[in-house]
Design a protein around this ligand. Structure first.
Ligand code: UN1
Length: 513
């Protein structure tokens, strides 16, 4: 028997209550300044949240810049304790927060839970990091001198996030920024205010348990439209803006930050590819491609969008892929049997339809891709994922459409395939499926994939937090999460100390007065 599924609205309101979102977060009925919160599961309005006013945004900025003065003096490992408590809250509320991600972003449950797990993982990572914000001691050319490099807190960090990872991307930034000594002000997508409010409610619990070392205004949340994001980008008090979204958004944000010499971490579009070489394990490749291209309904920035299949294995792989596309289970993301939930809204479905029309017009053969209005009616955007056989890499295959479309072409030589893979504007993620060591190494070499992420025998999506996450070219060049990404949230000072009695100058310069 199918599990009983509550109405989307009742389900959401119950989860919000369990997560401790305060009543003050919601707009009064008919009151001004309300932002409708929708669920893509049925496309309906669930509730109305209160938008942050300009005066409240100003107060958040003022408080955060004051908070910085106190927080930067709290020792790193103590700051780590706050992130440890945040991780505890997330562990305790993983099921509810994961469900809320499903309700508000439409991801299937295991992906909603996976996103919260990603938050827990980055908290653990950041706690360890809080004792390892290492500098260097550097050999100096002068006698009786010591030279060192130390890392200091940077300042207020603005975090702008997209609907598709409504909670994890904040945590990649916030967990690192907090241990690095920086307050954080978050502007989530207006499509996912509820998950942001829930995360903030959990963070507030962690702050309360942490005690008075956490200054007021350490964590801010701006609910509303793009003018609030612009506020973060333009305000001199914000030292760093980490922005995730489209390349078009990045083009607006980057020059404004550059004009005031603020730091930017840009995490923009992707048009990720995979190459299936003659020696590939096709069973493994099939599963990896299915998850990377159809998972999250094609709405990850790392989603697989272009597939280059060697001529010799094309006819063995592509019919199997077509079968998978034809049979994959699409529906309510709360149902454990569902693999593909809805797109975020009908605009996304329209964009998908336009891209498919364009592909057809230039000779692409489209399998699937139709709107499934019978699942939840007109307002919900369920689609069958589309597999598009293209004669060559042209038209919509060259750009990112944020929907489950996988364009496939044949190739004959590896060099040609790598060249085609790199011949697009974005440079986020990439993969090769091969059992040939030399092919794998060529793909990973300096003349191979030009992306920030290059994988062998796994798909381009689903990165772990331990590595640096981000990409090149129009993807924006930012790096978040693991490795040494933390350095972006701190400022580096080079210190030279003279413990002698003379004043030798560098480069042998003499200057006797
Ligand atoms: C994104 O789509 O914005 O690698 C981030 C992945 C995830 C993060 C994706 N860990 O798919």
């Amino acid at each position: 028997m199918a599990p009983t599924i509550l109405s989307v609205r009742d389900d959401t309101l119950a989860v919000l209550e369990r997560l401790g979102v305060p009543a003050s977060a919601f707009a009064t009925e008919g009151g001004e300044g309300g932002l409708a919160a929708r669920s893509p599961i049925d496309g309906g309005v669930v509730t109305t949240v209160r938008e942050t006013t300009a005066a409240e945004a100003e107060a958040a900025l003022a408080q955060a810049s004051q908070a910085f003065l106190a927080w930067r003096r709290v020792p790193g490992p103590r700051r780590g304790e706050l992130v440890r408590l945040l991780g505890e809250e997330l562990r305790a509320h993983k099921d509810d927060l994961g469900r809320l991600v499903t309700l508000e972003a439409g991801k299937i449950l295991s992906e909603g839970l996976g996103e919260v797990q990603e938050m827990i993982d980055i908290c653990d990572f950041a706690v360890g990091l809080s004792r390892q914000l290492h500098g260097l001691t550097i050999a100096t050319e002068r006698p009786d001198h010591r030279m060192m490099e130390v890392w200091h807190p940077l300042g207020v960090c603005g975090v702008i996030t997209a609907f598709n990872f409504p909670v994890a991307v904040w945590s990649w930034n916030a967990a690192l920024a907090l241990v690095c000594g920086d307050p954080v002000i978050w502007k989530p997508s207006e499509k996912t205010s509820l998950t942001a409010l829930a995360v903030h409610a959990l963070a507030a619990k962690a702050v309360k348990r942490f005690g008075s070392d956490a200054p007021d205004g350490l964590l801010g949340l701006l609910i509303g439209g793009r003018e609030l994001g612009e506020r973060l980008v333009e305000d001199e008090r914000v030292a760093l803006v980490s922005a995730t979204g489209s390349t078009a958004m990045g083009r607006q944000v980057a020059p404004k930050l550059a004009a005031r010499f603020a730091r930017a971490i840009l995490e923009l579009g992707g048009n990720n590819a995979a190459i299936v070489a003659p020696s590939a394990d096709l069973d493994l490749a099939l599963r990896a491609i299915a998850f990377a291209a159809m998972g999250t309904a094609g709405q990850r920035c790392t989603t697989l969008r272009r597939l280059f299949v060697h001529d010799s294995v094309y006819d063995a792989l592509v019919p199997r892929l077509k079968a998978a596309y034809g049979s994959v289970r699409i529906g309510d993301p709360r149902d454990p049997a569902t693999l593909i939930g809805p797109l975020i809204d009908v605009h996304a479905a329209d964009g998908m339809a336009r891209a498919l029309d364009e592909a057809r017009a230039i000779g692409g053969t489209v399998h699937g891709g139709e709107r499934l209005r019978d699942i939840r009616g007109e307002a919900a955007a369920y689609v069958r994922p589309a597999l598009v056989e293209m004669p060559e890499q042209t038209g919509p295959m060259r750009r990112e459409t944020f929907a489950p479309i996988l364009y496939v072409t044949r190739y004959t030589g590896l060099e040609e395939a790598i060249h085609a893979q790199n011949a697009v504007a974005a440079g986020l993620s990439s993969s090769i499926f091969t059992r040939d060591l030399s092919e794998a190494e060529i793909f990973l070499s300096a003349s191979g994939s030009d992306c920030g992420i290059a994988n062998v025998n796994i798909g381009p999506s689903g990165a772990e937090i331990g590595g640096a996450f981000g990409g090149e070219k129009e993807t924006g060049g930012g790096r978040e999460a693991g490795s040494d990404s933390w350095k972006a949230y701190m400022r580096r000072a080079t210190n030279t100390i003279n413990y002698g009695k003379t004043l030798p100058l560098a480069q042998g310069v003499t200057f006797e007065v």
